[in-house]
Design a protein around this ligand. Structure first.
Ligand code: G1P
Length: 316
């Protein structure tokens, strides 16, 4: 099974309808994709990555709180005018440039919380008969240029096939991600062919440590398969299950994008991303360095105290 038609990838789906329960109360009135890393919401990083990859139609699959995202990507003439009057040109440029003129947004309501597969299926009519991208904005990628999605679009343009981004995950974390098994003959290639895929296997069930990152290039055949996919035990229609079915019809590549994924759907990833993205900013480096030194001093002092207590106990 080889390449489908090599159409341009112009549309991207952003599923943003999740409840974001892990980040309550921060996500009470906004989707988790609106949480900022330093000064930009997660969704904006993903949108910029998509625009860089040549996407011109952004399709947001929204749940409750959809207005925060729609408002974010609207032109805000009042703010622009105010900044203009105050001569704040730097900030003015930052919000003006948010979306280039040729990019448009569409919002589709996901009216039932049936999981990622269902969210993607909601975009069926809007996508039509062409390959498209899916970006999960709570995966924040640090990959240099070209970004992950641009790399994947390149690979699609050369082959016509589906592409899924992957990253090696720690052995005990296989149950947090889709895990792919790679075709042995293509193992050495930078983008090997996927042989099988399974959603969140326990470490002892995982066929590998290659975890799916939230960036996909899919062909419209996926919609038919999603329509036939039953909900899992948790009531979710899994995109992973439909991709598993697609594997018997088409070649799908695993793309190792050569960067780091911050899983900002977890506290750990969110904090890690905040520190590392702040470190990229010259104006914040100093304050982080000072804090890190101070934290290090405290950790060392606490350790010393523990060891002294332990020695004292041994002597008694
Ligand atoms: C989803 C997918 C999973 C993938 C992950 C990437 O899981 O189902 O296969 O590895 O995104 O972030 P979720 O994060 O929605 O639980």
């Amino acid at each position: 099974s080889t390449g489908m038609s090599k159409k341009k990838i112009s549309k991207a789906i952003f599923p943003v309808g999740g409840l974001g329960t892990r980040f309550l109360p921060a996500t009470k009135a906004i989707p988790k994709e609106m949480l900022p890393i330093v000064d930009k919401p997660l969704i904006q990083y993903a949108v910029e990555e998509a625009v860089e990859a040549g996407i011109d139609t952004l399709i947001f699959i929204t749940g409750r709180n959809k207005y925060a995202i729609a408002n974010h990507f609207d032109r805000t003439h009042e703010i622009e005018q105010q900044l203009q009057e105050r001569g704040n040109t730097e900030q003015l440029e930052r919000i003006k440039k948010m979306l280039p003129e040729h990019v448009s947004c569409a919002y589709i309501r996901q009216n039932a919380p049936l999981g990622l597969g269902h969210a993607v299926l909601c975009a069926k009519q809007a996508i039509g008969d062409e390959p498209f991208a899916v970006l999960l904005a709570d995966d924040l990628l640090d990959s240099g240029t070209p970004g992950c999605l641009a790399q994947m679009v390149n690979l699609h343009q050369q082959t016509g096939n589906c592409v899924i981004a992957v990253e090696e995950v720690e052995p005990h974390k296989t149950d947090q991600y889709g895990i792919v098994e790679i075709d042995h003959q293509s193992k050495m290639a930078s983008s090997p062919i996927i042989r099988s895929i399974i959603e969140k296997p326990a470490p002892d069930q995982a066929p590998s440590r290659l975890g799916v990152v939230g960036r996909y290039i899919l062909t419209p055949q996926i919609f038919t398969l999603l329509e036939q996919t039953a909900a899992d035990a948790g009531g979710d229609i899994q995109l992973t299950d439909a991709i598993g079915q697609l594997l018997s019809q088409q070649t799908i590549y695993a793309h190792n994008f050569g960067g780091k994924r911050y899983d900002c759907g977890s506290y750990e990833g969110f904090v890690d991303a905040t520190i590392n993205f702040a470190l990229k900013r010259p104006d914040l480096t100093e304050v982080i360095e000072e804090n890190v030194l101070e934290i290090h001093r405290k950790i060392m002092a606490a350790r010393k105290e523990r060891v002294e207590r332990w020695i004292k106990q041994l002597r008694q």
